[in-house]
Design a protein around this ligand. Structure first.
Ligand code: ZN
Ligand code: ZN
Length: 544
């Protein structure tokens, strides 16, 4: 009897010890459009307790890359939290052409649901187009759905896709009403904590201030001039300069959307994330909870101004303070330190061509409507088809979707159509290759180290029939500001820092892929890896 009791105590003790090793909360932070170099370019202007705290006291993987294209927001957020790529998770772009519906679809659209707490059409979103589980789903499955999972971001796709199918809630920003909202996919009404937050009218308060720099302009020595022809404008502005008169811009816009394009959007997101942790009692239950929070404003700011702008630097300096506030809150909320944070980005961004071209760097603007026209003309000429013949149904995510009806009519194939359009497109200096997706199965161009990015970026049911490949530095955007989407370094190389309970201090310089994050967290939590994941566990992040 005594031996049995000792044995039972030992079992209880061991089980207890194993339980205690798990964090109470995992906070996955995504900074939309944050390139890895931003951590270091703006380092001297960061305060203590934000990015510096994560890097100094956490584990930083300084060579973390996207392993597919297109490097857009929907696929990026999905890949971080599912450990797999568009090839498998199905989020083949922010939008893609749906052959059955005969139209372009949005990655998080769902006309069967409507808004909760907001303008009806601002809530027609859910994760129904996601084909795999997120780490949030696996956490919930591991204890019969007792773990809680919440997603938060100004952009609905950045909130919904990380939080997975079984999330307790996903919240995004209704720019018409200025409220955080959700959809009937998740709930019938907003929880009280969210309602209470909305009642405070924080967007109104935040938009009542001008956007001023954190330091005198002369201190932003790593940036270009404040007044630059290569930067975009807010509605009603004449020059892209500080201070940005946000109240006047808000008046010109007639809604709350200005907050998306200012650092105040990050502040609003941080405040709502803290309320969610408190209101949902995240980390206070028996099992590990997950909060996926994405800061969308750096992307809007990056698009408008580009990597060389003072606005972009200032956006990160202010985000640093918001990160500090969030970390300080977590420290106070979890005095035992039993939480884990990771921070990464959904893609990077290209340099603004108009700006770097002045220094002889090869780059420029891509024009996909012109490429489509060139390809269509080549096909019409080849088949002697009339001007109204439509061989290309859609061009999106650097892919052509061919019209199979026309292929049938002219007894041709995708491969043959690519052979017809390729010579014309290859005349353009920026075009490097045009190839049918079937090439990816034949192992052709086996010596192209980027070829696997096309494999992992091609979803057979949702992607197009042929890839149009362009040179590094070229991008598809207005002439002002920048964009992303390519397989190249500037879009693919992002920060990745782990911080918190059982995280080693240090830096890993080896190659890490974005699909390694979810398996690393799952392995640490000792739960099943997300069901479509193919990433590897990053050794050395967590103490054994
Ligand atoms: Zn993004
Ligand atoms: Zn973007």
């Amino acid at each position: 009897m005594k031996r049995l009791l000792i044995l039972m105590l030992a079992v209880v003790f061991t089980a207890g010890a194993q339980q205690a090793e798990r964090p109470k909360l995992v906070v996955g932070i995504v900074v939309d459009q944050m390139r890895y170099d931003y951590l270091y370019r703006f380092w001297d202007m960061f305060g203590e307790g934000g990015f510096k705290e994560l890097v100094k006291n956490g584990y930083s993987c300084t060579s973390t890359h996207y392993n597919y294209l297109p490097t857009f927001t929907g696929p990026g957020h999905t890949s971080i939290f599912t450990g797999t790529a568009p090839w498998m998770h199905g989020i083949a772009g922010n939008n893609w052409f749906d052959r059955e519906l005969g139209r372009s679809v949005y990655c998080a659209e769902d006309k069967t649901v409507t808004a909760v707490g907001g303008t009806p059409e601002q809530g027609e979103y859910s994760p129904r187009r996601l084909l795999v589980n997120s780490i949030a789903d696996e956490m919930r499955i591991s204890n019969s759905f007792k773990s809680k999972a919440i997603g938060i971001a100004i952009k609905e796709r950045s909130s919904i896709l990380p939080a997975g199918h079984s999330a307790n809630g996903a919240y995004w920003f209704d720019e018409i009403l200025g409220n955080w909202i959700s959809s009937t996919y998740y709930m019938k009404e907003l929880p009280k904590w969210a309602e209470d937050f909305n009642k405070k009218k924080r967007p109104e308060q935040l938009l009542s201030q001008k956007w001023e720099t954190s330091y005198p302009l002369a201190k932003y020595t790593m940036c270009g001039p404040d007044d630059s022809d290569h930067e975009g404008l807010f509605k009603g502005q004449t020059r892209p300069v500080f201070p940005h008169d946000i109240p006047a811009i808000t008046k010109a816009l007639g809604n709350f959307s200005a907050i998306e394009g200012t650092p105040m959007g990050s502040t609003l997101t941080k405040e709502f994330a803290i309320e969610a942790i408190k209101g949902e009692n995240l980390g206070k239950g028996e099992f590990t909870d997950l909060l996926a929070v994405s800061f969308s404003s750096p992307d809007y700011i990056g698009h408008r101004y580009g990597p060389q702008a003072i606005e972009t630097a200032d956006c990160y300096i202010k985000l640093d303070r918001d990160i500090k506030d969030l970390l300080d809150f977590l420290k106070a909320q979890f005095p035992k330190g039993d939480y884990v944070v990771f921070l990464t980005a959904d893609h990077g961004a290209a340099e603004v061509p108009g700006f770097v071209r002045q220094n002889h760097i090869d780059c420029g603007m891509l024009d996909f409507s012109a490429y489509t026209k060139t390809a269509e003309t080549a096909l019409r000429n080849h088949f002697n088809a009339g001007d109204e013949a439509k061989f290309i149904l859609n061009t999106n995510n650097y892919q052509f979707y061919f019209n199979y009806e026309m292929a049938k009519k002219y007894k041709t194939t995708v491969e043959e159509m690519v052979e017809i359009i390729k010579p014309e497109l290859m005349k353009l200096p920026e075009i490097r290759d045009v190839f049918p997706v079937s090439d990816l199965e034949r192992g052709t161009s086996a010596f192209d180290p980027l070829r696997s990015k096309f494999v992992f970026g091609t979803n057979k049911k949702r992607s197009g029939d042929a890839w149009l490949v362009y040179n590094p530095g070229w991008l598809s955007h207005d002439t002002k500001g920048t964009s992303h989407g390519s397989p190249y370094e500037y879009d693919a190389h992002v920060p990745l820092v782990f911080y918190g309970m059982n995280v080693n201090k240090g830096e890993y310089r080896g190659h890490v892929e974005i699909t390694d994050i979810a398996p690393t967290i799952a392995n640490y939590l000792k739960i099943m890896f997300p069901n479509g994941s193919f990433g590897r566990v990053i050794e050395g992040v967590f103490k054994k």
